[in-house]
Structure formats: structure tokens, C-alpha cells
Ligand binder design. Structure first.
Ligand SMILES: [Zn+2]
Length: 241
């Protein structure tokens, strides 16, 4: 009896492989024997089996490490750095390996036509563009949020994260910074680029606005310990149920 119960619980709990398979089903064919296979014919190691400290998780994560921290939603949730861990090769495989390759996968989107009406570029791969379109349509029904939605700070920009040699998620066209005027970023607040700095969290973005992004597969930089409240990034692996 006890054995059956344990077997049942084991079967019911999704493993990390299943989160990726579900979130990237248009690009990943299977994850077996620790190997991620893509429709392109390429494959990558899933879990390198190496245990890493905080900085190593940022600098040399495998695909599995991307889910190292839990992404906490909700009103009084604790911030983690979930989503800041990115295996660059994984994103390159899906969204484009170079600036030119990503550019070919971008499509113009009329952002919040009623409130902002700004033309932005977003990546069509793995449902990213379609997800941002849904967010835009929903946000456009909220004139009370107009000031946050106008003057979008940017989407596609092939560049490194400030103070690092890691590519920003903006490089892949899967990320949008909303109006920087009402945003807080840990590096601006501490006037530093040191990951170990003591930070005092600040945010001005309404959580109801954030929820619309999250319902469509976007994580919010405002939930990071190293917060970046303008930043929304398409990361469906955190929203698999
Ligand atoms: Zn950003």
C-alpha cells in the first residue's frame, strides 16, 4: 500500500524534463538519457551534473539549471533570481544564433494600439510573438496604466548584460522593457554592478499589470532579488502546470 502511494506521488510530480518539453514543444522533440533533442537535428546535454554556486549558475548553467530557482508569483512572495539563469546555447538554438539570425525571426507588432501605438519587434519562434500580442490586447483595455505602457524602453537589442559578458535576453527578441521612467533596476539603485551588493527592493509597477504578462508565459524582473521592474521575458518553462 505504502509502495503504491509513493509510486503514485512519483508519477504525479512533473520532472524538470517535462517542464521544458511542455514549454518548448514546438522546438524540442524529446529529452531522453540526459539529452535534449531539437527539431533542427541538434542536441544538447540536459544536466551536466555539476553543482554550482550562485555566480557559476549565472556564468555556466546547463539547461536544467534554468529551473534552479522557483519563480514565485503572488502578492507577498519572496523574490528569487528565477529566470536570470540562462543557458545561452539553448536560447540561440531556439531564437537565433547571431544578431542576423535573430533578426530574421523578428516580426513587427503594434504595441497597445489604443494607449501607446508603438511599433516594436518580437521573435516569432516558440509562440513568443503570439504571447506578446495577447498581452498587448489585454493591457490595451486599461487606460489607467497608460503611463507604464507608453515609451517602451526596448525589445530586441543584441547586447551583453551590463557589467557582464553574458548575452542579455533582449538579444533574442523575447523580452520587453516597459517605460523606464517608472521602473527600478538594482544596478541604478546601488550605483554598482556587484552581484553581492546589499539591495533594497523598490517597485512602482502595479501587480495587476504584471499578472497579465505572467498569465501569458512572461516572467517579471520585479520578482528577482536583483530586480529589474521594467523587464518582462518570455519564459514559458516557469508556467507549466
Ligand atoms: Zn530588460
Amino acid at each position: 500500500m505504502q509502495f503504491l502511494l509513493i509510486a503514485y506521488l512519483f508519477a504525479a510530480a512533473l520532472n524538470k524534463e517535462q517542464f521544458f518539453l511542455s514549454a518548448y514543444r514546438g522546438v524540442i522533440t524529446k529529452i531522453e538519457q540526459n539529452k535534449v533533442s531539437f527539431y533542427s537535428g541538434h542536441s544538447m546535454v540536459f544536466d551536466d551534473g555539476i553543482s554550482k554556486n550562485k555566480q557559476e549558475l549565472l556564468d555556466k548553467p546547463d539547461i536544467e539549471d534554468q529551473l534552479h530557482y522557483k519563480y514565485n508569483q503572488g502578492l507577498s512572495s519572496a523574490n528569487t533570481d528565477a529566470g536570470r539563469i540562462r543557458n545561452e546555447a539553448f536560447f540561440k538554438e531556439i531564437y537565433g544564433k547571431t544578431q542576423a539570425e535573430v533578426s530574421k525571426n523578428l516580426k513587427s507588432l503594434q504595441w497597445c494600439p489604443k494607449l501607446a501605438n508603438q511599433t516594436i519587434q518580437f521573435n516569432v519562434k516558440n509562440g513568443a510573438y503570439a504571447a506578446l500580442m495577447r498581452v498587448s490586447n489585454e493591457l490595451d483595455k486599461h487606460p489607467e496604466w497608460k503611463k507604464y505602457l507608453t515609451n517602451v524602453g526596448g525589445t530586441f537589442n543584441w547586447r551583453n548584460i551590463s557589467g557582464t559578458n553574458r548575452l542579455s535576453a533582449h538579444s533574442f527578441g523575447i523580452t520587453i522593457d516597459i517605460n523606464t521612467k517608472y521602473s527600478n533596476y538594482w544596478q541604478w539603485d546601488c550605483g554598482c554592478k556587484n552581484e553581492g551588493a546589499t539591495l533594497k527592493y523598490r517597485n512602482q509597477i502595479p501587480l495587476a499589470l504584471v499578472a497579465i504578462f505572467e498569465e501569458n508565459g512572461f516572467i517579471w524582473g520585479g520578482r528577482w532579488l536583483h530586480y529589474d521592474t521594467m523587464h518582462f521575458e518570455y519564459r514559458p518553462e516557469f508556467f507549466v502546470e
